[in-house]
Design a protein around this ligand. Sequence first.
Ligand SMILES: [Zn+2]
Length: 427
Amino acid sequence: MAQDEFYGPEEAMPAEDRERHYHEKVSQQVQFAYENSPEVKERMDAAGVKPSQVRTTRDLELIPFLSRDGLIERQGKNPPFGGLLAMPMESLYKVLYSPGPFYIPVSSPEYARPALRFLHAAGLRKGDAVICSLPSLFAAGATIEDALSLAGMVAIPAGSGNTELQINMIHDIGIKGYVGTPSFLMNLVKKSDELGYDFRKEFQLRSAVVSAEPLLPEVRNTLQQDYGIRVTNALGVGTATWMGFECREQAGFHMLEEAFVEIVDPETGKQLGPGEVGAMVLTGLNDNPAFPIIRYMTGDLSSLTEEPCPCGRSSMRLTGIMGRVGDSVKVRALYLTPAQVNTVALRFPVISRCQVVIGREGYRDEMVFNIELTDDTLDREQFSSELQSSFQDACRLRIDKINFVPEGTIPEGYKVIVDERSWEVRR
Ligand SMILES: [Zn+2]
């Protein structure tokens, strides 16, 4: 792999070094946060946890989460920072606003450095002109503008809206990179068609970093195949901290060296193993000492994979956002999300609608998969066995029964997962 692939050699560090890196950073960060952030001290004291007990990433399990709602509530009661400020106000570099809504104090431009990893992974380099179409009023846009200036790139702050103006700017300035939402980039390229431009010939825009909303496969395909723009997805969270980014393989989000993301059971707070779906919990590692983030519960579901990536980065990859904690159901101790079911259904174009119904048979969860097919002549036995193995592969759960139902049985506006279990205690 070419040396230029990585922003820094640490992206390819051996697994043992990486483990040690996270253990050390996590324990230092917890110690620092306990000493400087009243919120973290309060949370740890309430749980009777001392910073010296947190020596490895596994020990994070001892510390209760900070939820987004909890953060908002704290700042509402005690504005502006709700006890999360860990340095004197007058020495701050900036205060950012996140549509959470909450405020983020920032200590120095260094807080934006982690973003340089994905700008680099997207193929953008020093001197490249990059348009930022995220509003600078919000933390995500502000972070990108600071990151562009740290990287020595030429920033064009644009915010959202003014499609025609922005597409003309991209053309006139010879802009090479875009950072913003995928849907706004689609608007921009469509506008270029409308204005009579030949995008591939008349524009230099070849790289886009997208974030802040789901990237649909068809949107990515259109941008990459029809317009020649390579799309790199980055996974952020409202606290001006990034969790991961895609490499050129576009197969999951490499965890950053500056953040430790746990996948946990939201009820118990225990960490889950690779492949298991659970809630993403973020601990920021020292890029913004003004606002130490320890065990921030994002409320989004994901899973981790340890499989080596052909790009050479040694970090684990997050498989992307698979739903919200509230939308998922727990079946035989594993989380099942609508996104997982949809992923399986998309592999079989012959499925027009499908629905998973969870029931209870004795002390065991029973899972029935109702399927509407577009083709009645299909070999159902063969299909069922392919569906079963695809489902197990994606969801790690076995379907008990596949039901072929006539078209129209599953109603308009249906839920992908229906939980019919009754949790009443029977006497
Ligand atoms: Zn990779």
